[in-house]
Design a protein around this ligand. Sequence first.
Ligand code: 1HE
Length: 268
Amino acid sequence: MAGDITELDLANIALEDAGGGVLVARLNRPAKRNALDAASVEDLVRLFSEVPRAGVRAVVLAAEGPHFCAGLDLVEHHAADRSPAAFMHLCLRWHEAFNKMEYGGVPVIAALKGAVVGGGLELASAAHVRVADATTYFALPEGQRGLFTGGGATIRVAGLVGKARMIDMMLTGRVYAGQEAIDIGLAQYLTEGSSFDKALDLARAAAENLPLSNFAICSAISHIGNMSALDASYAEAVVAGVVNTQPEARARLDAFAKKTAPRVRPPT
Ligand code: 1HE
């Protein structure tokens, strides 16, 4: 891993090189259920600013303790007694961090467990792949707390589950878990064992892809989603022009032509 990103001095995120270009980034405030205080948000901005330039091929976003993330640090928020402008600027830092994740071009696989709530769900929804386990549950308790989402849920959570389900989650405090959470789109995988092990397997598989292909998958699809159909088809053609002619792909295409590359088969 170039530039040794694991040396980044972060307050609340622990970094570990898992080999093969896979970086494990672990939210590390378990005593506070990994609630996102302002320092944690700055950690995320710094980390995901560096990841695309550090030779990282995939990230596992994990958490210490039994809960993934309890969302906004409500105690800090209460003590700070912020002005509207101050909270707006804080939200803009959340957006900076989560946009860097979603649009950064490096696959981010979230290993979810326990509470994935409020801003914790906003963080998870900025990852490219979400893995849940038997302990994982999802909620948007902002309505009950006298708050509103400020870290992109109106865009990403509504995008995952649809506007009507998001409104219901916020109005009624509805909690989703298990297969139902998968069925509505909150996560793509439900594991019997640890979500971390599965997320690491998926990250290792994604890290085998060519970095330029992953860059397109983990940035172009999101950018293109923001465009008109006309601009989207143009942008897709331009991206494919660059990615699908990369010299690094020639060996893979050659293997396919010579029948030594694996074939796509139905799941077993
Ligand atoms: C916290 C936070 C927090 C825990 N901010 N400190 N998010 C919420 O409304 C979720 C609030 N949290 C909870 O519902 C529960 O804490 C959990 C379900 C996540 C975990 O329950 P539990 O029983 O394991 O822990 P606990 O006893 O509630 O909390 C343990 C400690 O973590 C305690 O601190 P301590 O110093 O008293 O030991 C809690 O205060 C602390 N803690 N959650 C601060 N969220 C950009 S806008 C985003 C809007 C939002 O995200 S709204 C927040 C929604």
